[in-house]
Design a protein around this ligand. Structure first.
Ligand code: ADP
Ligand code: MG
Length: 302
């Protein structure tokens, strides 16, 4: 039978908005050596906003196509693009046969039968449209700002038709208000390593990481979902690993971790299925609270 201390620990956690799938997960959390965090939608709000738009031709048509593609994606970036278009009264173009490529972007076919895609450099390269090559020089010639093309510490989403790049938007996200304090509390508790695993570019990961006190050596960027799984496995060789994610492109990592922790009130079904623990609010402080509770509970039962 389950020890009374575990039952009361689970109940106390639930009152604080943290649901454990069982007593084993609570005991496991007490001994976690490494906490690995997804970035977008987990450390950050996931409420990104479009901060710049650069279109080769007509900007409204460009945004209509982009919003049409992103209409069918659940990614926080897609949300930002849809809201930006809506705020400007731009109607998303009808796009069919939409295919999502995790941690890269999305593709589909427009009303004229042309294949469109949107996403990061990885996506662009898969389509034979490297923003670094002649297509990029061409765009620059057409007036795309140099620093925009340079990408810097912003997330850039390119839109292309085949190998032709039609333009790009910059998207910015910011850390949750509770992320810095929540992570600081974990550090004070003496957790071994606090790592970031993101599908975004390293420059963006470093910028967010600097605000949250991450050691640059513990920031892993440009990852595909399977890279996150592999890295969780590598870290697990050195001790127990908890992965904290929102379920977008990281459900497999949640499942692979010793303790998978799904973040957020609006946590997706995949996240909840893959995880061992669900944080029912977006407050990162709850995570540190659950960790303290797990340690207290384990002290009682041993
Ligand atoms: P994170 O690991 O930080 O949560 P993801 O793995 O979800 O990030 O996404 C990584 C990158 O993949 C994004 O920064 C973006 O460049 C690209 N991407 C993913 N989904 C989309 C989409 N629907 N539209 C455009 N780009 C996308
Ligand atoms: Mg994410």
């Amino acid at each position: 039978s389950v020890p009374a201390a575990i039952l009361s620990g689970l109940a106390a956690a639930a009152r604080g908005g943290v649901l454990f799938k069982g007593g084993a997960a609570l005991e496991m959390l007490a001994d976690v050596e490494t906490f690995a965090f997804d970035k977008t939608g987990t450390l950050t709000t996931g409420k990104a906003v479009v901060t710049a738009v650069e279109a080769r031709d007509d900007e409204r048509e460009f945004l209509s196509l982009l919003a049409g593609l992103e209409a069918q994606s659940e990614h926080p970036i897609a949300d930002a693009i849809r809201r930006h278009a809506a705020e400007r009264g731009i109607v998303p173009a009808p796009i069919r046969d939409v295919v999502s490529l995790a941690s890269a972007g999305i593709s589909g076919v427009d009303a004229r039968g042309a294949e469109l895609w949107a996403g990061n450099r990885r996506m662009a390269r898969q389509q034979g449209a490297d923003p670094d090559d002649s297509a990029r020089a061409d765009l620059q010639h057409d007036g795309l700002q140099h620093d925009f093309l340079h990408e810097g510490a912003q997330t850039i989403i390119w839109l292309g038709r085949g190998t032709r790049i039609l333009g790009a938007v910059a998207v910015a996200d910011r850390p949750r208000e509770t992320s810095a304090e929540g992570l600081a509390a974990l550090r004070r508790a003496g957790v071994g390593t606090i790592a970031m695993m993101t599908g975004d570019r390293r420059a963006v990961g470093l910028r967010i990481g600097a605000e949250l006190g991450f050691d640059p050596a513990d920031i892993h960027a440009d990852l595909l979902p399977e890279d996150k799984v592999r890295l969780v496995g590598e870290l697990a060789a050195h001790g127990r690993v908890a992965f904290v994610g929102d379920g977008v492109n990281d459900a497999a990592a949640l499942a692979r971790a010793d303790v998978g922790i799904a973040m957020g009130a609006a946590g997706s079904d995949v996240a909840l299925q893959a995880a061992d623990v669900a944080l029912l609010s977006d407050d990162m402080g709850r995570l540190a609270g659950a960790h303290r509770l797990a340690r207290r509970t384990r002290r009682i039962i041993r």
